[in-house]
Design a protein around this ligand. Sequence first.
Ligand SMILES: [Fe+2]
Ligand SMILES: [Fe+2]
Length: 163
Amino acid sequence: MEKVNRIIFDDQYRLCLLKNKVLEEDRSFCHHNFEHLLTVARLTYLLLLEKECRFISKEMAYSAGLLHDIGRWKEYQGEGDHAGHSAALAESILERAGFKPSEQKLILKAIAQHRHHNPDEHRSPLSEALAKADDLARLCFSCTAQKECRNADRRSHRSGLLY
Ligand SMILES: [Fe+2]
Ligand SMILES: [Fe+2]
């Protein structure tokens, strides 16, 4: 998992996580911290394994999970939905990590599509696994802010609580 390690120790990656942390200090809803990113990375890989999807590597699955919310801080600054920002910020990090252009493209698309996607737009198995993993990663049923959360119903419905 050499490329994944390069992401984890990438300066820009660390800076994004720090910005998320600072801007989420008083947030009652889910945080977009390293723990969330790692949970999503693991679930993305698990879902792909279940699908027996062989053309997406473990490193690609983990990278998509670890990078999918790195632009969240931009959303808090009023710059619109974070999915596109996360993909834009992830581009150079993936390049530095050593992913091939075709791999980068698939990962970036999955990140950009992890919240909303045009139903006419094709979603790769990686895109589908990442979006599902993101919902599964949230333990809405045990969350004290559930009533005020706009995502709780959708997540519980889609994931059937834990799976
Ligand atoms: Fe997200
Ligand atoms: Fe997320």
